[in-house]
Write a protein that binds this ligand. Structure first.
Ligand code: PHE
Length: 341
């Protein structure tokens, strides 16, 4: 029986080396070392041996098992490697295949313009101050020198909430009062960006919601030349030194004197067209010296302090910069428009 074992051993080794692939290897394992394999079958016949011969046979059969097991592991590893190499050689990786195109999101043109505005004012030492979209009648009107029933309220018809006296702000100017109350008696250099809301007819030039960037400088010895110089510098940085600007006297209840700043129309370059209502100019901001009453409402004594303020429309500015002819594109969510920025 020992001879039978030896020949089984030799045969198994030969078959193992001959196994061409991993599938054949698995068959070999089942037939040789499996629960019903040849080695197992032979080991069950140990009872037929003389008792004296049994230990030697048992020892040998165990070592045969271990050796075959080790030979199997080795062969399996070699076959696996060979199969991997064959696959690598056959299936070549084509590195020249073009990749799948990724969709890139981007900032809304209004956000891009806001960031440009922040950068310019930031360079000039103005800090961003956030204030709320929902305001009281007091902050939006009263403290800005617009009493109840004053005809100036017609310039800012608004949206009311169901709570009396709580409205959506019509401009960022209420932020002036918040900033003054917080910073008194320090000098102030802030811009106040945010969304504003107005109850009005939607046209190519005006929307019911739009951004504004308010600016406020308060301190001692601030005068109109600072206002003009700062805003002119802003326009040069925003639109380039060639683009003409002008200041035009105007009225606001919260500034005295008041003005509006116009930029040369991009569409007709000043000769007059439908966009600029034949004037050659487009208005981008209102401004003025902070009214003494407003300074006082913010806590600053107008005999000691003075200030200038302005409120600009980033969408109007973007229209000028990029030649956009209709303000309604900004919030109509048309990808054909948005993808151009
Ligand atoms: N709040 C004004 C508006 O919305 C703009 C403005 C701001 C004018 C600050 C003067 C000073 O029309």
């Amino acid at each position: 029986m020992l001879e039978q074992l030896e020949s089984l051993y030799q045969q198994a080794l030969t078959n193992l080396q001959a196994a061409p692939d991993t599938a054949a290897l698995e068959d070999w394992y089942r037939d040789t070392l499996g629960r019903k394999g040849q080695v197992q079958l032979l080991s069950r016949q140990v009872g037929q041996l003389e008792p004296a011969q049994r230990p030697a046979f048992g020892q040998r059969i165990n070592s045969v098992k271990n050796e075959l097991e080790a030979a199997y592991q080795q062969r399996a590893a070699a076959l696996k490697m060979a199969e991997l190499e064959a696959r690598l050689a056959a299936e070549q990786l084509d590195v020249t295949l073009p990749g799948r195109q990724q969709f890139h999101g981007r900032l809304h043109p209004a956000s891009q313009t806001l960031r440009q505005i922040y950068r310019i004012w930031g360079d000039m030492g103005f800090q961003i101050y956030r204030s709320r979209d929902v305001e009281t009648d007091e902050y939006n009107f009263e403290l800005l020198n617009i009493p109840q029933h004053h005809p100036a309220r017609d310039m800012w018809d608004t949206f009311h909430t169901t709570a009396p006296g709580i409205i959506l702000r019509t401009h960022t100017s209420p932020g002036q009062i918040h900033a003054m109350k917080e910073y008194f008696p320090e000098p102030i250099r802030v811009i106040l960006p945010g969304m504003c809301y107005r109850y009005e007819q939607i046209t190519a030039r005006s929307e019911i919601q739009f951004h504004q960037v308010e600016g406020l400088a308060v301190g001692k010895n601030i005068n109109m030349t600072h206002l003009k110089g700062t805003l002119t510098d802003f326009a040069r940085r925003m639109f380039g030194a060639e683009r003409k600007v002008r200041f035009r006297a105007n009225y606001f209840p919260f500034t005295e004197p008041s003005a509006e700043m116009d930029v040369e129309c991009f569409l007709c370059e000043g000769s007059g067209c439908h966009l600029c209502k034949q004037t050659g100019w487009l208005e981008i901001l209102g401004c003025g010296m902070v009214h003494p009453t407003v300074l006082r409402n913010g806590g600053y004594d107008p005999a000691v302090y003075a200030g200038f303020a302005f409120g600009m429309g980033p969408e109007r500015i973007a229209m000028l910069k990029y030649g956009i002819e209709d303000i309604r594109y900004f919030w109509s969510n048309d990808l054909r428009f948005l993808e151009q920025f």
